[in-house]
Write a protein that binds this ligand. Structure first.
Ligand code: KG4
Ligand code: ZN
Length: 345
């Protein structure tokens, strides 16, 4: 089978990213990946939608050109375009979507809109060629926390999701309480490494309670402890440690239970929070001898266009095409999701 090249575009939040995938015999490999993280939001403690759109608009052209150059591919050598259609910030998504549509129309090449979370699901396949359904997937990002039984590509059984904050959001909010810059996940992890375990005891919400998650009570518990602290500078690392231990305990418990109850031999963790080494290590220890744990490298777990191209390549292979009427969406379930708790945003 001939080599095909798929261009991926991701602009759902505050990363402007483009990637070229080389697909051969159904196997995809990254020919290039460019990720431009927007710095402008740092001082605001969160992503400012209008600023995000403007930054995407300013940089999308050069980012795509750079991805093509690094892959040594000309525009006419592309065989398809995959672009994130949602969920995300509408104005931000529109920039990537318009760019992808324009390019696809002009080149006469097929375009497919990709659900951002399906991108996160496909990310590890770019490094671990043996990752194939069925497997349990824990998707933990700044906007989502989902536990899925991936029965097949495109068929996702929703086991549970968060009732309030997403896992990454909890990391970010706790980071703010501890005086860290947004996004704080990686800094909280670093701080927690210096912390002593057990000095603070935080709740492990809904630990044995089905597959749903809730993190707002945990965040409030950290807030109370921060307010009660007589010397926050001295307590910060221990607070970060206790928070991280609590959230990881919940994520690991539910994922391990899903692996056992659904009889799966593989568990994957995806999304930005999957960059957390302590989470991957705790899950691997818990499932040792029972299931394999698959986690992509940090570059593929934070928002990037290679994962969008990977999911898009699969959808294009299924014959799926998006028209020029493809619209961005702020929230919406994964395509092919089944289960009785469908609320996924
Ligand atoms: O998937 P992602 O890049 O963007 C969304 O789709 O939301 O995830 C970003 C989230 C942020 O909340 C960030 O703080 C968190 O992932 N994150 C981490 C770590 N690295 C990034 N959380 C915990 N530990 C980390 N090492
Ligand atoms: Zn994401």
């Amino acid at each position: 089978m001939a080599t095909r090249r798929i261009l991926g575009i991701e602009t759902s939040c505050d990363e402007t990213s483009a990637a070229v995938l080389r697909v051969e015999d159904g196997r995809a490999s990254v020919a290039s990946l460019v990720i431009l993280s927007q710095d402008v939001h740092r001082v605001f403690g969160g992503v400012v939608p209008e600023l995000a759109s403007r930054e995407h608009l300013r940089t999308i052209g050069p980012v795509v050109e750079r991805a093509l150059a690094e892959a040594g591919a000309g525009l006419t050598q592309l065989d398809g375009i995959a672009v994130t259609a949602g969920p995300g910030l509408i104005g931000a998504l529109l920039v990537g979507l318009m760019y992808g549509k324009g390019l696809g129309y002009w080149l006469g090449k097929p375009l497919v809109g990709v659900h951002h979370l399906e991108g996160h699901l496909f990310a590890p396949t770019l490094e671990d060629l043996s990752l194939e359904p069925p497997f349990i997937a824990l998707l933990v990002s700044g906007g989502h926390t989902l536990l899925l039984d991936v029965e097949a590509w495109g068929r996702y059984h929703l086991l549970g999701e968060t009732l309030d904050d997403a896992a990454g959001e909890a990391f970010d909010k706790v980071g703010t309480l501890l005086g860290l810059d947004y996004p704080a996940g990686a800094q909280v992890e670093r701080l927690a490494r210096e912390g002593r375990p057990g000095r603070f005891d935080f709740p492990r919400p809904m630990l044995r309670d089905g597959y749903a998650f809730s993190f707002s009570g945990l965040k409030t518990a950290v807030l109370r402890a921060v307010r009660a602290s007589a010397d926050l500078a001295a307590d910060r690392a221990d607070l970060a440690r206790a928070f991280q231990d609590a959230i990881i305990a919940v994520l690991v418990e539910k994922t391990a239970r899903a692996v056992a109850e659904r009889g799966r031999a593989t568990a994957m963790v995806g999304g930005g929070v999957a960059c957390n080494r302590a989470l991957a290590t705790a899950l691997a220890e818990r499932l040792d001898g029972r299931a394999r744990v698959v986690v992509a490298s940090p570059r593929l777990n934070t928002d990037n266009a290679a994962m969008i191209a990977a999911a898009g390549a699969w959808r294009l292979e299924q014959g799926e095409r998006s028209g020029l009427d493809l619209e961005p969406f702020a929230s919406g379930p994964l395509p092919g999701i089944v289960g009785n708790q469908v609320r996924a945003g």
